[in-house]
Design a protein around this ligand. Sequence first.
Ligand SMILES: [Zn+2]
Length: 283
Amino acid sequence: MPELPEVEVVRRGLERGVAGRTIERVEVHHARAVRRHTAGADDFTALLQGRAVLGAQRRGKYLWLPLDSGDALTGHLGMSGQLLVQPPEAPDQTHLRLRFTFTDGGRELRFVDQRTFGGLAVVAGGADLPGTIEHIARDPLDPLFDDEAFVAGLRRRHSGVKRALLDQTLVSGIGNIYADEALWRARLHGGRPTEAVTRPKARELLGHVRDVLGESLQQGGTSFDALYVSTEGVSGLFQRSLNTYGREGEPCGRCGAPIRREAFMGRSSYSCPRCQPRPRAPR
Ligand SMILES: [Zn+2]
């Protein structure tokens, strides 16, 4: 699932590709792609046609395009969603769900989604911050992110440190991949109780989170399963730089011990058994 770096790459592409343009027509090819717009597909298209896109914004893994109506076109990529900016003559993708054409007749915006867990919706009055994502915390690359509030909030969580990193109301944008990578860098097991993480260690962990997100962004994100691509259809390269995620049995880059995989919340966690010892009572 795309995490902060991947969604930020897409946001930048949308800013370059569609900001300042006026939507002419919206085609809904698959109703599931607008299921979060509860008033239905006709209402969705009516609210968008003729509207100018003012920019492209992001909070955590959530994207939105502020419109000149004061509304917001919000998007969530889910597992496999792609927002592509394509010339009109480019052949339709197999899993094309939505097409937006613009009054200038230039490149189209296409939402392509193989597994249709993602989707778009119009949120009334949401141009500044859509109501549907108000509860999402700021992310560590946001200039207004409050480091000390994060440190205090993490230590009050009474959960495992990885579970806390994935809690989008504490800190947003981090998913399974970057949580595992930051925990490896911090030499912390994800099951460590948050109250046992000292303030300096929590600050160090936040620094590693920022580093790993920033480094991935520089590489265009992580395309682990080739489903995540930029608006130009380009895959990221950060999967080559992962130290733990998806590397079960391969040697730890620090100590050589084979990376272990453990079940975690219906998915997997990857860590080094030597650098990241499991706590006595993991959470
Ligand atoms: Zn190690």
